[in-house]
Design a binder for this molecule. Structure first.
Ligand code: C2E
Ligand code: MG
Ligand code: MG
Ligand code: MG
Length: 291
């Protein structure tokens, strides 16, 4: 009867919570060693300029292959790395690797475009961030203008004073800064100009529902805001030709998503670049740029 069912359900959820907690504790412990055990890998996803049909940049993303649990998504392990502070060590390592790799691609004439690294809240708050970046640029010889930092709107806006200070120092070196997941962070638009952003990156939730009239209206307005503030604009999560075509009509020509290219290990990216990347993908569809 009711009472028994209630008790059973209670213990079922109890059980599930205990399991989730155990997994979290395990991931937290294992993450401390993951870097040294070479379980972390970096993949690169192209950003495509649909107007000139050429590569515009690339974003470095983390992957964790756990020896027993298989691949763990960044959505699961980045928050854990944030909480226990390991994100600092991981980001320092990543910045070094990414700058070296990008410098190599530039040198080979394969990709003369900036590479971006995602910066989480704990890293943005750390006094170590600027020196980490200086170090990576110095060791790789990569020009500062070839490095871009992606910072989520919610993160940049929640610690505004700190963000302005730290990002100002980086901007003065020539590092580029983009606002990730634009449209999801409830930012006061009035303060966008206070942070030295170069680019706004429209969140994929808008793009993937871009057949909806009101999402289209919001996207057009985001493009207008970027234009009026003299900022670049890019759309993430572009999966279909229709989405890309719609974006062209708004004046948003930079795009990132599975339609153009998935995140790839460096050697696959090498092959992809040698093969011409996504060249001709939209041109073949007969799309013309607006204006
Ligand atoms: P993000 O920075 O907004 O990255 C975009 C995410 O969307 C990536 O997921 C990417 O693989 C995925 N994506 C790209 N194109 C498409 C598409 O066409 N359709 C769909 N459905 N998804 C697409 P991923 O790699 O799982 O990363 C998720 C989030 O984890 C990232 O969001 C970022 O916030 C965080 N993250 C990943 N790597 C790092 C890192 O090295 N450092 C930090 N701090 N965060 C990271
Ligand atoms: Mg990003
Ligand atoms: Mg994003
Ligand atoms: Mg996103």
């Amino acid at each position: 009867h009711v009472k028994k069912t209630g008790k059973d359900r209670y213990s079922f959820f109890d059980d599930q919570m205990a399991q989730e907690q155990a997994r979290r504790l395990r991931l937290e412990r294992d993450l401390q060693l993951a870097l040294h055990r070479s379980e972390l890998r970096i993949v690169y996803q192209p950003k495509w300029d649909a107007r000139y049909d050429r590569l515009a940049g690339m974003e470095a993303l983390l992957r964790w292959e756990h020896p027993e649990l298989g691949s763990i998504s960044p959505g699961e392990f980045i928050p854990i790395a944030e909480e226990n502070g390991v994100i600092l060590t991981i980001t320092a390592w990543m910045l070094n690797e990414v700058c070296l790799q990008n410098a190599a691609w530039q040198k080979a004439g394969l990709a003369a475009v900036p590479v971006s690294v995602n910066i989480s809240s704990h890293v943005l708050d750390s006094f170590l961030m600027v020196s980490m970046i200086d170090r990576a640029l110095q060791d790789s010889g990569l020009p500062a203008s070839a490095l871009e930092l992606e910072i989520k709107e919610s993160v940049a806006m929640s610690n505004l004073e700190q963000s302005i200070e730290q990002l100002g120092r980086l901007q003065s070196r020539g590092v580029r800064i983009s606002m990730d997941d634009f449209g999801t962070g409830y930012s006061s638009l009035g303060r966008i100009g206070d942070i030295p952003f170069h680019t706004l990156k429209i969140d994929r939730s808008f793009i993937q529902q871009s057949s909806l009239f009101f999402k289209q209206a919001i996207i057009r307005n985001m493009v207008a805001i970027a234009g009026n503030l003299n900022l670049g604009i890019i759309a993430e999560g572009v999966e279909t030709k229709e989405q890309a075509e719609f974006l062209m009509t708004t004046g948003c020509y930079q795009m990132q998503g599975f339609y153009f290219g998935v995140p790839m290990a460096a050697d696959s990216m090498d092959e992809w670049l040698h093969g011409g990347g996504a060249a001709g993908r939209l041109a073949a569809a007969g799309v013309a740029a607006a204006g």
